[in-house]
Design a protein around this ligand. Structure first.
Ligand SMILES: [Ca+2]
Ligand SMILES: [Ca+2]
Ligand SMILES: [Ca+2]
Length: 185
């Protein structure tokens, strides 16, 4: 009887540990949307990490305004000029995070594919919480479907696994993708 009770106690503990494991690995916590993104390479804006509001992104309105691609609070749309989807109308203070793996430490150029119909957009990119680009401007590109590639040169990135955050210091622009290439002197 005593060993039966011990056995059921141990099984119960195992069950609790299993639930905790499943909850932390599959329900909560930040993790890549479709695998770690290898850099140099292209990050599609719409493939921000899983993990939800305040963890993998911050969006200022509840729900996905255009209902494309994903079903959380980030506003994902589709339209001419983009690779499949884009984040529509980034609002001031909104951010998105991406789990990446950088091949080697070094200097890189970042190319943001964006559009806007007003001249006051601003953003920066962080790596593991460090602002690596400084404030960058998004100009009026000639409308909401007229995309342009904004290049930010000579960004220092460490090697290995890190979290990149794209932060909208001032909103009103669409965000299609972020491409990271090795800087050629
Ligand atoms: Ca939004
Ligand atoms: Ca929203
Ligand atoms: Ca895209």
């Amino acid at each position: 009887m005593k060993s039966n009770r011990l056995m059921s106690g141990a099984l119960c503990l195992l069950g609790v540990l299993l639930v905790v494991f499943l909850a932390t690995h599959f329900l909560g916590g930040q993790r890549p949307y479709a695998g770690v993104i290898n850099l140099p390479g292209t990050i599609q804006a719409e493939n921000y990490d899983n993990g939800g509001e305040g963890v993998a992104y911050h969006d200022s309105t509840s729900g996905n305004a255009w209902g494309q691609h994903r079903s959380d609070n980030v506003d994902v749309d589709t339209g001419p000029g983009v690779a499949e989807y884009h984040i529509g109308n980034m609002a001031t203070g909104e951010w998105l995070e991406y789990t990446v793996n950088v091949a080697t430490v070094g200097q890189y150029d970042l190319v943001m594919r964006v559009c806007s119909d007003n001249p006051s957009g601003r953003f920066h990119v962080e790596s593991n919480g460090v602002n690596v680009t400084g404030t960058q401007s998004v100009p009026n590109t000639g409308g909401w479907t007229n995309y342009t590639n904004l290049k930010v040169s000579r960004i220092n990135l460490d090697a290995g696994h890190q979290i990149l955050r794209v932060y909208a210091e001032f909103g009103n622009w669409n965000f299609d993708s972020l491409t990271v290439v090795s800087h050629k002197p």
